[in-house]
Design a protein around this ligand. Sequence first.
Ligand SMILES: Nc1ncnc2c1ncn2[C@@H]1O[C@H](COP(=O)(O)OP(=O)(O)O)[C@@H](O)[C@H]1O
Ligand SMILES: [Mg+2]
Length: 337
Amino acid sequence: MLFIQLKDLFKSYGAIKALDGLNLNVPKGTLYGLLGPNGAGKSTALRIICTLLEPDTGEVKVAGRDALIYQKETRRGLGYVAQEVAIDKILTGRELLQLQADLYHLSKTYKNQRIEELIQRLEMKSWIDRRCGSFSGGMKRRLDLAAGLLHKPELLILDEPTVGLDIESRSVIWGLLKELRDEETTILLSSHYLEEVDELADEMAIIDNGKVIAEGKPDDLKRDLGGDRVTLRVREFSDEYEAESVRNILIEVPGVTNVVVNKKQGYSLNLVVRSQNVISELSHYLSKANFEVFALAHSRPSLDDVYLQATGKTLMDAELELAGTRDFKLEKKKSMR
Ligand SMILES: Nc1ncnc2c1ncn2[C@@H]1O[C@H](COP(=O)(O)OP(=O)(O)O)[C@@H](O)[C@H]1O
Ligand SMILES: [Mg+2]
């Protein structure tokens, strides 16, 4: 059964298309990962599912209900942990959980029992009675997750749950998410960390520019790429013609099934090969063509390769590009002063 169904979602902010025809199907009881670079539309999609934001057009079904109509019911059944949270500074962690539990109208005995359980499961005992103002990012995140779980939601939605967190907090959160999944909670999490989605997700979608561009089980997506990866670091090509001719040489090597010329992060050639033996063949062909290789790396396909295949760039490049435009905006602002 599908727990979340998004169909043809569009959402624009002025000229920016945050969602550009997004389709997503999340089966009940799975931990579903939404992977994409900053600005891909992840938070926008999650906020729409939580009924905190309305799409311009499109369908949103949660637990079989039209979430655009049944907003209150939808909200009651889910826990949402936002990407950025402002937590009260004066209250202690425990007081904050109690306050939140009262907002959910939990009975007193259930409330205290549930709070104790979550304090244990998120390993918060040694600091939960301190004021929130003194909490680290990791502590705040764990507290926030506990708050989202107080009412035992059937659906948990987490927006980049471990961005910038210490290793201990990350591992506590990952551990709890795996347990919840085993307890049949449907979990939808967004991330721009490949390892996070690879480690946690039963199923996943890659989202880029407001659209899903690949979806499936992480292992299937990787396997579908067929074959191992070989990355060759090379000098800068003098022109497109040279890049193309090197590509043509490589694609002729028996066992090489794909060659992508990557001009970001220095020049490199990303190859898909059928077997390890291909590597010696490669060296042979390249030296015959008198083409120098600075470094060679061989690996099994990763989610980054899936991303590269789908978008023509690596996730890191996408992030760098974005950081570039952000710096540019900053520069522009500064120079306008
Ligand atoms: N309230 C808003 N006003 C204007 N633009 C927005 C707003 N929220 C998001 N955007 C833009 O929409 C795009 C998608 O944003 P978002 O959903 O936050 O992406 P992600 O969570 O994947 O980083 C980005 O280009 C972002 O700048
Ligand atoms: Mg976001």
